[in-house]
Design a protein around this ligand. Sequence first.
Ligand code: ZN
Length: 215
Amino acid sequence: MYLNEMTEKNMSSIISNDWYQYMNYLSGGDNIINYSWRKKGMSKSEKKEIKNIFQEIDDLTGLTFKKTKKKNDDIRFFSVPEINETHKAEIFEATNPFPVEDLIVGRASARKDRIKIFFRDNDKKVTPLDKYVLRHEIGHALGLAHPDGDGANPDWNSSDTIMSYNVFEGSFFMYYGYTDIDKRALQQNWGLNPESYIGSIGRPEDIVEDITVPV
Ligand SMILES: [Zn+2]
């Protein structure tokens, strides 16, 4: 990848402190995030995809995800045939619907006791669009933002961040998963996975105390 001062994208452009703080509050600050789903409309392969995404983020960061009963959850998923105002957002996306193929395909909504994630789905399959929408909405729940506050920001596309709406090159849907910037932003919010710490960084050097002591 070619980067220079002019084109380098800054991780801070895709961090939302509001959403990060809210998720941290919901989870009780223990880096353990409980999740559930409404069973209606949720297929086996969609459940598996959600688990895969959480495993991916668990490997990357200090977060652990646990499937729980609904009343204990911090994130709840809903597979819905369409997204409308009953799924309204309360922090950001109320004024910022999600235009892919002129349809709203996903929404993250911060409620009183949890974040609800809605994704539009009419089949049992997991398409690249489903993979993108789930990762994008989970990104919001974990404190990621649209690039500089604008999903359609023309300086960014889905090869830069999953938080960009610019997912089409011509008629091709470009799916890249979480990018390097997304991964670093998630680690910035939630720290590194403790198991990857020594391997990636090594131990700090000894500190030799050299204090002048009067004799
Ligand atoms: Zn969004």
